[in-house]
Write a protein that binds this ligand. Sequence first.
Ligand code: C5P
Length: 222
Amino acid sequence: RAARALEGACVLLTAGPTREPLDPVRFLSNRSSGQMGFALAAALRELGASVVMIAGPTALPTPPSVERIDVETALEMYLAVMTRVADCDVFVATAAVADYRPVNVAEHKIKKHADEFTLHLVRNPDILGEVAALTASPFTVGFAAETDHVIDYARAKLQHKQLNMIAANQVGGAQGGFECTDNALTVIWDDGQCELPMQPKSQLARQLAQCIAERYQIYHAS
Ligand code: C5P
């Protein structure tokens, strides 16, 4: 058997959407299926890493030998990540975290009265940004889903958030992304990039895991 590139490394990964409750029966969320994150957790595990996955609500089964922690909200995901980040070597943020949450969660179901209803929202913590900003930050990998100027925005995000790597993809139209089984990625780091062509997310995740392992080994050795 070939030597496994991430043997001995610990990976912490976020996956899926988050849900931000409005009242006991309603929430704000997004179209993330969690497929890419779950496939990447499986692929990183196949390379020998021990993988802890913090997952928002999805219908997907846990990949073999992956430790899974289920959360609902962005704040829960943030706390779950922050209590475990000190033990990890690599952090991968695939989750589609809600940028905002309702300021107040109603104790009882909100009833309809007026013709207009205004929601008051507040920013959620940027989990990826906070991890990358830690003094002893792990090797940090983010995602960037954009509808246009994909590479420019992703490279700016890499620098601005001080990431080690970012995986960028075009969303919208026939480009793949959310709710699709196929996707393509451009993987970007400080002095290079590579293209992973359109293919099923399970295969794409294996290529991305290889790419993360290669860059992590170079980073780890320096
Ligand atoms: O800034 P933007 O939301 O486009 O960045 C996307 C990347 O940041 C993804 O890797 C996502 O998992 C991560 N993120 C996060 N916490 C947030 C928002 C995004 O970890 N609150």
